[in-house]
Design a protein around this ligand. Sequence first.
Ligand SMILES: [Zn+2]
Length: 156
Amino acid sequence: MQPLNPEEIIAAFDDKDDLLVPDLATIDWQILDYLGWIHPSGQEGYVVLQSPNTGTVCGIRMNRSQRGSRNLQMEMCSWCHHVHKTNGTAMFTLTVKGSDGRHILGNVICKNLDCSLRVRNLIEPGSFMRESLYEPARIWRMQQQMHKWLGRANQI
Ligand SMILES: [Zn+2]
């Protein structure tokens, strides 16, 4: 994605309350499809990306709830399809824009919002279920899944 500065990131959010922009010095923008980070409280996740429809930079705020540590099932991220052995995903929910908070969508996503690194195999451990899909295809699929869901929420 195109590199962004803190001002551009803040400007992308309608609701700027308690928004803590991460340190951007260590970010390699070339390998990111979206910038994602978690609030220090662990309760909120943020996603910034360029809208595939308009090209504008959009900021999306989601609530995060982690599942109990007793959950020993494998979990697959609905965006990047990385299969985590245990506790690698969280439930993220967001409000459909324009619904006055009446419509909420939820999705199971990598808990640290690091799907871009996972589809490129840049983070350990690798997916529990190996995929033969070629890397550009995994990246494309991830972007499609993410855009579809954020589009349904009128966020991009
Ligand atoms: Zn993921």
